[in-house]
Design a binder for this molecule. Structure first.
Ligand SMILES: [Zn+2]
Length: 338
């Protein structure tokens, strides 16, 4: 192990010991909201078309929940917000678990772990994706990059995407292989384009060759089973995962924020009281509409939450496999210090 890696391990160890001590001195009513996306076993082929920052393994989720129960009271986010709103006594240290996007793997691999620990969680669903084989554009893009690597010239990338993809392909060819980690920057750079632009570019490429039978998001039956456990509740993650940047048309904001709530309440047969901004992107108008329809809304801003702060910009702590697969790494991440 290099000196740098050793030093880093030492810092993680120290923070993992120190941070929980400081939590005891936090004001009562502190809340940490964890942001998960997918739960994929180590050998899952789905990892090939997923960004490393998007998943944990079932074993890592199990480790997290065991660790969380030692320090926090696990709560449903909507319950906690209601209690805070009414001025009721809150747990001294609470943690709410959230999963974004409504992945099918949440049913297959997260649910057994949630049941084992009797841990409550909120899953943020994209209303138009439920029960369909639609794929999010980052996954489609990664599939296409793999396809172009396997069969050069097979994917008609429009010029703006070609400019992002070619350097990664050239690097992959030089090395004789293309790692998922190497494709990640393509998605991150494409994320800088406006939502309407990236959608038009992806539509221009056409089909990504994925099997439509391989549905990756939840369907109604799985949602019903998740709800029946009493552990899982649902929130809205918009109608189409449209990033709600400043300048987004009013009718788009209404469809994505307000109409998705109506549709999801009907699909999930439960009130939908929480909203989650796609990719954490929001604007003043989106926050205003969310505040007219929901009890609260979560962002991707990093940090803890406390009563009295804006409930329509609730920060979270993002967790994924690479940075949280040991108890020390997880506690250090929770601290928000690193
Ligand atoms: Zn999302």
């Amino acid at each position: 192990m290099s000196a740098k890696a050793l030093a880093k391990r030492g810092i993680v160890y120290a923070v993992a010991r120190l941070a929980p001590l400081t939590w005891r001195w936090r004001k009562p009513g502190s809340l940490v909201v964890l942001m998960y996306h997918r739960v994929l076993p180590q050998d899952s082929p789905l990892r090939k078309t997923e960004q490393p920052g998007m998943y944990v393994s079932p074993e890592t989720l199990d480790l997290h929940l065991a660790e969380l129960k030692r320090h926090f009271e696990l709560v449903h986010l909507d319950d906690w917000l209601r209690r805070a709103q009414r001025g009721e006594t809150l747990p001294k240290l609470a943690c709410a678990i959230t999963f974004d996007d409504g992945w099918r793997d949440n049913y297959d691999f997260a649910l057994p772990v949630l049941i084992k620990h009797q841990a409550p969680a909120t899953i943020f669903l994209v209303s138009s994706y439920i029960g369909t084989a639609q794929r999010f554009w980052p996954n489609r893009l990664m599939t296409l990059v793999h396809a172009e690597f396997e069969r050069p010239g097979s994917v008609p990338f429009p010029a703006p995407l070609r400019a992002l993809v070619d350097p990664v392909l050239a690097q992959g060819r030089a090395q004789g292989r293309l790692d998922t980690e190497a494709i990640d920057p393509v998605v991150q750079q494409a994320m800088r384009l406006k939502e309407a632009e990236i959608r038009a570019l992806m539509d221009a490429v056409g089909n990504d060759g994925a099997d439509p039978a391989e549905r990756e998001t939840l369907d109604r039956q799985e949602i019903a089973h998740l709800a029946a456990t009493g552990l899982v509740r649902f929130g809205s993650h918009s109608a189409t995962h449209f990033r709600l940047a400043a300048g987004t048309a009013e009718e788009v904001l209404t469809a994505e924020i307000a109409q998705s709530q109506v549709d999801l309440a009907q699909i999930c047969r439960q009130p939908i009281d929480l909203f989650c901004y796609p990719n954490g992107v929001t604007c003043a108008s989106a926050v205003t509409i969310a505040s007219h329809h929901y009890l609260g809304a979560v962002s991707t801003d990093k940090g803890w939450y406390a009563p009295g702060r804006d409930p329509y910009r609730i920060p979270r702590v993002a967790v994924h496999e690479d940075i949280s697969r040991t108890p020390d790494a997880f506690l250090a991440r929770l601290s928000g210090w690193l």
